[in-house]
Design a protein around this ligand. Structure first.
Ligand code: ACM
Length: 535
C-alpha cells in the first residue's frame, strides 16, 4: 500500500517535471539495462555496467576535439552509420545548442590508452565519452558503439523514438596488432564493389587487414603498366572458364582508400615462384617449367614456376613490386612462396632471398606462406603459418614473426560439413564451433611472442560471387575476429555462441548470405541488448 503511494507521488512529480521542462532525457524512465550482457563481438577487455540508459534520439549531437580532422572524420563515420541504422541525423560539431545527450570524441593520453587501437567508452545518462589516443582507437570504439544501438527504437518512452544505450564503461584494446582476412581474387575475380562490402563487414568486427591474393595460375588481377599483357592475357580467365577480370591501378587505389577509411591495411600478394602460370602465359620468357604455358582454368596446384636463374625475371619482379608498392601505403608485400613443387629447392631458396631484397628496396616488409621460412631471410620478414609447423619454426629461429592461419582451423574455404554448398575439404571440415575453439597463442608450440596476429584466408576455387563468398566467410570470420582481439581467458564457446546468435540482425540488415549453422540458435530481429528485449 505504502509503496504504491510513494510510486504514485513519484509519478506525479515526474509528470510535473516533464510538463515544466519539456521532454528532456533525464526525466525518462529507462528500464534497467546491462552493458555487461550486451552481445559484443569481439568481446571487449573490461565492461562495467551502471544499469541506466542513454537516449540516442533526434536531440543527440556529436562533438569532437577542435582542429582534429581525423577524429572528426571518425565521428562523421559514426553519424553516417547511425543514420543508416536509425535514420537519425546526428550533427557533428554543430554550433547550434544541443538539447539532448552528447557523444564526445576525446583525444586522451591516459595510460590505459597508450596502444594505438585502445579506446574507452564511458556511457552515462547524459553523455557518451569515447576516448582514444589515436583516431584508429576511436574508430575501433565506434564499432563497439554501433553494436550498442538496439535494432529497434522504443516508441513509448517519449513522443519520439528513442534508441536506448546501456550505461557503464568499456576499456578495450586488442591482443594482436595484425587481424586479417584474405580474399583470393585470382581463382575467381571479385569486383571493387564486392571487396568494399567485405571491408564493411570485416571492419564492423574490428579486422584491420585485408590481404588480396592478386595472382595465381588461373589469373593475374592487377594492372602493371610496364608489363601490360599480364592483365590483357593473364587477366582473361578464371577457374571454370569464366571471363576473369582485373583491377586497374585506379581501382586498386579505390580499394586501398576505402580500406584506409575503415582503418584497414591492404596487403597485396603476388604469388611466386609457383602459382605463376597466368604470368608465364602473358610473358613466356618468365616461364621456368620447360613447357609452353597455356591459359589454365582448372584447380590443380604446383605445376608452374618462374625461371629463378634469369635476370629478366628479377627485372619483372622489381617492376611489379615497385608499381604495386607505390600505390600501397601499408608496410607489407606478400610474395606467396607456397607450393612451388616444380622449383628445385636450391633455386627456391635463392629466389626467395633475392625477392626479399627487392621487397626491402621498395620499403616493404616481406610476408610469405610458411615455406619461405626455409630461406635465409631477415628478422623483419614474416612467415604465414598455413600448413608446415617445421618451416614456421625455422622462421622463428631467424627471429621472424608469424601470422597464424593454420588451414585446418582458419581457412574460410573449408566446408562446414559434408552438406556445405561450397568449399573444399582437403584440410578437413571446419564447423562454426571448431573454427572458434582453438587458441592461436598455444598452437603447435609457436611462442606467443613470435605471433604478429591471425588471418583467415578465403580461397575462391568454389565461389564465384559475393553471396557464395558470404556463405563461407560468415559466420566463421566473426569468430576469427574475436580470436585476434580478445584475450584467451575471456573467450568461451558457450558465451560466444549466444553473442553470435545476436549478430543475425546486423547480418540480415547488411543482406549478408551467412550460413545458417544449426549449432547457433539464431535470433531474428533481436535488440542486441538482453535486458531491453521486453520493451
Ligand atoms: C596455400 O593454401 N597454398 C597457402
Amino acid at each position: 500500500m505504502k509503496a504504491n503511494v510513494v510510486n504514485f507521488s513519484l509519478g506525479v512529480i515526474s509528470f510535473l517535471l516533464l510538463v515544466s521542462c519539456g521532454e528532456k532525457k533525464r526525466e525518462l524512465n529507462f528500464p534497467e539495462t546491462n552493458l555487461e550482457t550486451t552481445a559484443f563481438i569481439p568481446k571487449p577487455l573490461q565492461v562495467t555496467a551502471t544499469k541506466d540508459g542513454f537516449a540516442l534520439d533526434q536531440f543527440t549531437a556529436i562533438s569532437t576535439a577542435k582542429n582534429n580532422s581525423e577524429f572528426e572524420a571518425v565521428a562523421s563515420f559514426l553519424a553516417e552509420k547511425i543514420k543508416g541504422k536509425t535514420n537519425l541525423n546526428i550533427p557533428v560539431n554543430s554550433t547550434i545548442e544541443n538539447k539532448g545527450g552528447t557523444i564526445y570524441f576525446k583525444h586522451s593520453t591516459d595510460e590505459n590508452l597508450n596502444t594505438k587501437e585502445a579506446y574507452r567508452l564511458a556511457i552515462s545518462k547524459d553523455s557518451v565519452i569515447l576516448s582514444a589516443n589515436t583516431s584508429e582507437g576511436a574508430f575501433r570504439g565506434v564499432q563497439t558503439f554501433r553494436q550498442l544501438i538496439p535494432e529497434k527504437a522504443n516508441d513509448t518512452l517519449a513522443s519520439y523514438p528513442i534508441w536506448t544505450l546501456p550505461t557503464g564503461t568499456i576499456v578495450d584494446r586488442p591482443i594482436y596488432e595484425y587481424r586479417g582476412a584474405m580474399l583470393d581474387v585470382a581463382r575467381h575475380f571479385f569486383s571493387v564493389q564486392d571487396v568494399k562490402k567485405y571491408i564493411d563487414l570485416l571492419a564492423y568486427y574490428k579486422y584491420n587487414v585485408l590481404h588480396l591474393h592478386l595472382s595465381d595460375d588461373q589469373g593475374w588481377r592487377i594492372e602493371i603498366k610496364s608489363w601490360p599483357k599480364l592483365t590483357e592475357i593473364g587477366g582473361s580467365t578464371e577457374v571454370g572458364g569464366g571471363p576473369g577480370g582485373f583491377y586497374t591501378q585506379d581501382d586498386y587505389k579505390e580499394i586501398v582508400s576505402y580500406a584506409a577509411k575503415h582503418y584497414m591495411t591492404i596487403v597485396p600478394e603476388i604469388d611466386m615462384p609457383g602459382h605463376t602460370n597466368a604470368a608465364s602465359v602473358s610473358y613466356p620468357i618468365l616461364n621456368g617449367n620447360g613447357k609452353t604455358p597455356k591459359l589454365y582454368t582448372g584447380m590443380r596446384v604446383g605445376f608452374s614456376t618462374l625461371d629463378t636463374r634469369k635476370d629478366t625475371v628479377y627485372q619483372f619482379i622489381d617492376d611489379v613490386v615497385r608499381e604495386i608498392s607505390a600505390i600501397t601505403p601499408g608496410p607489407y608485400f606478400h610474395i606467396g612462396g607456397d607450393e612451388s613443387d616444380v622449383t628445385k629447392k636450391e633455386d627456391y631458396l635463392y629466389f626467395v632471398k633475392r625477392v626479399e631484397q627487392i621487397v626491402q628496396k621498395h620499403n616493404k616488409r616481406l610476408i610469405g606462406w610458411d615455406e619461405v621460412g626455409q630461406a635465409d631471410l631477415s628478422a623483419t620478414s614474416i612467415s604465414q603459418f598455413w600448413r608446415h609447423a617445421d618451416f614456421v619454426k625455422q622462421a622463428i629461429d631467424k627471429k621472424m614473426k608469424v601470422i597464424m592461419s593454420p588451414a585446418n582451423k582458419a581457412y574460410l574455404d573449408m566446408k562446414y560439413d559434408s552438406l556445405s554448398k561450397h568449399g573444399l575439404k582437403w584440410a578437413g571440415f571446419i564447423p562454426v564451433d571448431a573454427g572458434y575453439q582453438w587458441h592461436p597463442e598455444d598452437y603447435e608450440d609457436i611462442p606467443k611472442e613470435s605471433i604478429l596476429g591471425i588471418e583467415a584466408p578465403l580461397w575462391s576455387e568454389t565461389i564465384t560471387n559475393s553471396n557464395e563468398l558470404e556463405y563461407l566467410a560468415f559466420p566463421r570470420a566473426i569468430g576469427y575476429a574475436e580470436l585476434g582481439w580478445t584475450p584467451k581467458e575471456n573467450r568461451n564457446w558457450e558465451d560466444y555462441k549466444i553473442r553470435l546468435a545476436n549478430q543475425s540482425a546486423y547480418l540480415e540488415r547488411m543482406k549478408v548470405n551467412y550460413y545458417n549453422s544449426p549449432l547457433i540458435d539464431w535470433k531474428k530481429n533481436d535488440f542486441g541488448i538482453e535486458k531491453l528485449k521486453d520493451l
